[in-house]
Design a binder for this molecule. Structure first.
Ligand code: ZN
Length: 287
């Protein structure tokens, strides 16, 4: 039995990427407070920020959200742990990982997203890189746990396999969770990255509700022009949104649904309030 959102969008959360905030020079440039005020006014249940928006103000912004009655559902994200863009040397990556945990804790965000990074230089394929991801996450999980933050491994679409994410399937994400074996480690499920996967429902069932730490909404446009910055609004693409949510909820997830649309040439060009109204309408009708 799926939750009925047809006249209730209190389970909708805004990932501020949807308003273009996390890329320099994009979006309306709203402050975090302005985002929080507008989400509250429009009846959303939560918000997810990016680190560059928060800077040194995590505690202040977290308090502001709580006083406003809005849940800070998560923070994006750790540094890349492996791959060509991971901070070097490794200690620098670990320090930045810890800083991201601190920021999430300061905000009161229960979940910190991990984008793993791509294939480790000097290696080929995913195997060695995934092994190193498991080692690093296992090393940091107790620290995150002590600060009340859970770590969500987010598999990305395989098109990002080389440089952004050696983790490309929910199956591999659940394998990592099992290898790490720490209760503070789970997965994030993003429609954009998993919609094509015909084994999704079975893998989500394997993950179980306790390990699903986030569900991210958007759509895959049939004629995607840019795999990074041309995500679709829910209902405009080819993802079977109701089936995916059904599988996520069947697995035991009952948390917020986070709209996350990177769309440099379309939605980021529209007034944020209109974008949010459309998100609400689509959430109620097609998600
Ligand atoms: Zn996502």
């Amino acid at each position: 039995m799926m939750r009925d959102f047809s006249d209730d969008h209190s389970a909708l959360a805004l990932n501020t990427a949807t308003l273009g905030h996390n890329v320099e020079g994009q979006g309306a440039g709203w402050s975090p407070e302005q985002v929080i005020d507008t989400c509250c006014e429009l009846g959303l249940g939560g918000v997810v920020f990016w680190r560059r928006e928060i800077g040194g103000a995590a505690v202040r912004i977290g308090d502001y959200a709580r006083r406003s009655g809005l849940t800070v559902a998560g923070l994006c994200r750790t540094p890349f742990l492996v791959g060509p863009s991971a901070p070097q040397p490794r200690q620098k990556m670990l320090d930045d990982f810890e800083a991201s945990i601190d920021m999430a804790a300061g905000l009161g965000a229960g979940v910190l997203t991990i984008v793993t990074g791509g294939v480790e230089p000097g290696t080929k394929g995913m195997g060695e890189s995934l092994k190193r991801v498991a080692e690093t996450v296992a090393e940091m999980a107790p620290l995150a746990d002590r600060r009340g933050v859970r770590l969500a491994l987010e598999p990305l679409h395989p098109v990002y396999g080389g440089d952004r994410s050696c983790l490309v399937t929910v199956r591999d994400a659940v394998d990592l969770c099992e290898a790490i074996g720490h209760p503070a480690v789970g997965i994030a499920v993003d429609v954009y990255h998993v919609w094509w996967d015909t084994s999704l429902a079975g893998q989500l069932a394997r993950a179980g509700g306790q390990r699903i730490l986030g569900y991210h909404l958007c759509d895959w446009l049939a004629e995607t022009r840019d795999v990074l910055l041309d995500r679709g609004m829910m209902g405009d693409g080819v993802a079977d949104l109701k089936s995916i949510r059904s599988a996520v909820e069947q697995a035991g997830y009952d948390g917020l649904c986070e709209v996350e649309i990177f769309s440099a040439n379309d939605w980021w060009k529209k007034p944020p309030r209109d974008v949010l109204q459309t998100c609400i309408e689509r959430f109620r009708s097609v998600c």
